[in-house]
Design a protein around this ligand. Structure first.
Ligand SMILES: [Fe+2]
Length: 427
């Protein structure tokens, strides 16, 4: 082992402590990982040392690093360890689930796979991919089901003839328009705790004992990554709901008849996606857009709700909502400068005619520019107490004129137009 470690360290790889749950895991009746104290990070992929067969895999990796040859895990269990190590725990839950499901389907040659998370007195079925649509969000599955039996027994199990098995929960099949013929499943473990169940479905020739062992090993290796992604998703979901609640309160006070903040967030995220922002940036953009007008909370009703024309002095006060917004957001620990920039700069314009600072061109942040154009689009196309909704062609014409005056980037405008046209086509 130490020879391998030396070799890895010489190759510039990081050698770190293995999580304690690996110790004492049995596979094929043999105790694996008993002496395991290490995991290895090689080019961003984390490998756990799981005893003899993993050393073989690590040996392959050493050769790969030295000779630049393709990694070829030498047997099925190596392949499972390799695939589980490759899973990216930074992925959003949906993407991680898809990866998990696709990988296990490929390894055991099955049609689909499901992940169910334990929720106290039932299991929450999350999503199914493979040859089935990946669109199922979440269905509660009772414990009196095959998944429930696997969870309660605490061991991997195979069901090759489901036709006459009354325990098979048909609700998921109905929702997925999928007919489950056979299942191999295992509890998903984090250390000694069961956090859910993975079910692998439909293999033409039926599942073998080797498939059951493979799914069992895989379920032990994915637990920690899955749990952290699941917890993050729940936290982020609740956080987003709180933010939407605050934003809705502000929209209502401002007499918006439509869900302005939510709309601006949707357009902004679509714009960001088309511009190639990654998932993490899109999430920040969404928070920033939801809260872009949060500073309006600091503007007196007499000005914010005034029906007639604003005086110059009143308009100056309205402009302060951008600065107030950035001040409010900067006291929230989770919120970073990108998120703040959207609230502060969504009224800045590229030609310097905007507010609060009259910033120009690339002095204006990306979030400020994206939210700025989405904000104008929604404000013009929605009905307000003081005006009717404009027709789409007029809204686009108005923004195009602003693009020609140098206020908005033509790239953002063209992208927005594409998004709007796609939505129109769907209606
Ligand atoms: Fe605003």
């Amino acid at each position: 082992m130490s020879l391998l470690n030396d070799e890895f360290e010489r190759s510039g790889c990081k050698v770190i402590e293995a999580p304690p749950w690996l110790s004492g895991y049995t596979y094929n009746g043999v105790l694996k990982g008993r002496k395991s104290t290490k995991s290895l990070k090689i080019q961003g992929i984390e490998f756990y040392v799981l005893g003899d067969y993993s050393e073989r895999l690590l040996d392959t990796m050493c050769r790969y690093l030295k000779d630049g040859v393709n990694i070829k895990p030498s047997d099925l269990s190596d392949q499972v360890v390799y695939v589980a190590a490759k899973l990216n725990s930074n992925l959003r839950l949906n993407d991680l689930l898809k990866e998990i499901q696709n990988e296990i389907c490929t390894i055991v040659n099955a049609s689909a796979a499901s992940i169910l998370m334990y929720e106290g007195d039932y299991l929450r079925f999350l999503v199914t991919v493979g040859k089935v649509s990946g669109k199922i969000e979440s269905i509660p599955v009772p414990m009196e089901s095959i998944a429930g039996a696997i969870f309660q027994e605490g061991k991997a199990m195979t069901f090759n003839n489901l036709e006459n098995n009354p325990a098979h929960f048909k609700g998921v099949d109905r929702a997925a328009q999928f007919k489950t013929k056979n299942i191999v499943g295992s509890p998903i473990w984090v250390e000694d705790e069961k956090i859910g169940v993975i079910e692998v479905l439909n293999k033409d020739e039926g599942f073998t004992e080797e498939d059951e062992q493979t799914v069992d090993l895989f379920a032990r290796l994915i637990g920690r990554k899955l749990l952290s992604s699941w917890r993050y998703e729940k936290f982020s979901d609740r956080f987003k709901k709180i933010l939407l609640g605050i934003a809705t309160a502000i929209d209502k006070r401002d007499n918006y008849t439509h869900q302005h903040s939510r709309n601006v967030a949707q357009y902004s995220v679509e714009l960001g996606r088309k511009m190639g922002l990654n998932q993490q940036a899109l999430e920040k953009l969404e928070f920033s857009a939801i809260l872009h007008d949060v500073g309006k909370i600091g503007i007196p009703d007499s000005i914010l709700l005034k029906a007639g024309k604003l005086t110059d002095e009143e308009y100056q006060i309205i402009k302060n909502h951008t600065v107030y917004g950035s001040e409010i957001l900067s006291v929230i620990k989770y919120v970073d400068t990108d998120i703040i920039s959207g609230a502060l700069e969504h009224h800045e314009r590229l030609d310097g005619s905007g507010y609060p600072y009259g910033k120009k061109d690339d002095e204006i942040s990306l979030f400020g520019q994206i939210i700025g154009v989405a904000d104008v689009f929604d404000a013009l196309s929605s009905r307000r107490t003081y005006k009717e909704a404009w027709q789409l062609s007029n809204v686009l014409k108005m923004i195009e004129e602003d693009v020609e005056k140098g206020k908005f980037s033509p790239i953002f405008f063209d992208t927005l137009k594409d998004i709007v046209m796609e939505v129109e086509k769907e209606l």
